[in-house]
Design a protein around this ligand. Structure first.
Ligand code: HEM
Length: 367
């Protein structure tokens, strides 16, 4: 082991290169990824991580976790796991087209709170699900159904955390997005607390700095923030999710108070979500191609048609505008970036080895 700050910087840069892929044409196959990960891990283990700053530490934490996942994790123990999950997602989505959006949001809310450990799936008083920020999550039945199937074929083998990550990956692919190979081996957490949700989940009213802070605490960069926000190219939102952009006038009618929103789009939103609208009404996140995973989200942002304030801000802030423009003009570039960022998202704080457990049922911990 070479000691000193120079080597540490080198390792961090290598890590950054591996995960953020400074070069857009940079693609590694699985074997190369594993080799590089292993080399990095050997160095990192013997490195005094305490000498590093907070951003580097969170990247290293993310790397360390991701390195303990593997691509052929279920090859011997449950070779059909990916097929089973994909079939379940496909069949559920064909009867209910809202499923892909729900699954994709579910993995985000899982991974940002306690890491990707299926803690969001646990039911009961005071669990993550009971927090208001998780009230409108859905897709649980799809994960339960895949789990029941897998318990029949390979009992006690496949974690709910892996099923959720794979299902979200498939949700993107079946709506037209890139098919990404993701490693497996996540274990299920035994803890889930509502109190952990708010400090870790981003709200639509957050400033760019607040969003950056939460993302970077998960080892995710500004690029990842712009890229992963592209998830809003599918799915829907309740009126309350963007009601802060409007205000009631003296006649009780809504008026637009957020100048970053296109006025005709704002009128359309007020028509669909008038004052006093039912809490169950939803509006498509992407007004143009709501069920296709494409780069339309970024085109919408350029047209000032971002549904949430946290979407519009990506165009308004000069730190992120260029990337929004790049993705709006080049879907391939968005897809490449998506693949890298999704891999990072689904590797956040994973539990592996002896940690956690393999739940028998995704909604409750083993007795
Ligand atoms: C950057 C900060 C983010 C904020 C503030 C945010 C906020 C929201 C809100 C408020 C909704 C509407 C929920 C509802 O009313 O039912 C929503 C929907 C959604 N979000 Fe995000 N989100 C963010 C990032 C992400 C990320 C990183 C992903 C996934 C990678 C994601 C995926 C989705 C999806 C797919 C939906 C649609 C859900 C459905 O159709 O049921 N979001 N988001």
């Amino acid at each position: 082991m070479v000691d000193g700050t120079h080597r540490e910087t080198e390792i961090v840069l290598e890590a950054l290169y591996l995960w953020s892929c400074a070069d857009d044409d940079f693609v590694m196959d699985e074997e190369q990824q594993l080799k590089m990960m292993n080399a990095l891990m050997t160095d990192l283990k013997s490195m005094a991580a305490t000498q590093l700053g907070e951003p580097e530490k969170s990247i290293l934490k993310c790397l360390a976790a991701a390195a303990s996942l593997s691509f052929n994790f279920y090859a011997a123990s449950c070779p059909f796991v990916e097929l089973m999950v994909a079939n379940t997602v496909r069949s559920a989505s064909s009867s209910d087209p809202t499923i892909p959006g729900k699954l994709l949001r579910l993995v985000f809310h899982d991974c940002f709170v306690e890491g990707c450990d299926a803690s969001v799936l646990l039911k009961g008083n005071g669990t993550e699900q009971s927090d208001l920020a998780n009230k409108s999550l859905g897709g649980f039945a799809v994960i339960d159904s895949a789990k029941r199937l897998l318990e029949l074929i390979c009992p006690g083998t496949v974690s709910c955390a892996d099923i959720l990550a794979l299902a979200a990956r498939d949700a993107v692919a079946i709506t037209g997005g890139p098919m990404i190979q993701i490693p497996a081996g996540r274990r299920d957490g035994r803890a889930s607390a509502a109190a952990n949700v708010r400090p870790n989940i981003v709200d639509t009213s957050f400033t760019m700095d607040e969003m950056i802070k939460i993302f970077s605490s998960k080892g995710l960069s500004l690029d990842d923030l712009v890229t992963l926000s592209g998830a809003h190219t599918i799915g829907a939102a309740h009126c309350s999710a963007f009601s802060g952009r409007f205000q009631k006038d003296s006649h009780g009618k809504l008026k637009l108070i957020d100048p970053s929103l296109d006025t005709s789009y704002a009128n359309e939103l007020m028509r669909m979500c008038p004052a006093g609208a039912s809490a169950s009404i939803t509006v498509n996140n992407d007004p143009e191609t709501s069920s296709a995973f494409d780069n339309q989200y970024y085109r919408n942002l350029l047209a000032r048609k971002g549904l949430f304030q946290s979407d519009s801000i990506l165009l308004d802030d000069e730190r992120t505008r260029k990337q929004v423009e790049g993705f709006a003009n080049d879907e391939g570039r968005f897809f490449e970036s998506w693949s890298r960022s999704f891999l990072k998202l689904t590797s956040i704080g994973v539990k592996t080895g002896e940690e956690g457990e393999i739940r028998r049922s995704c909604s409750e911990i083993n007795g």
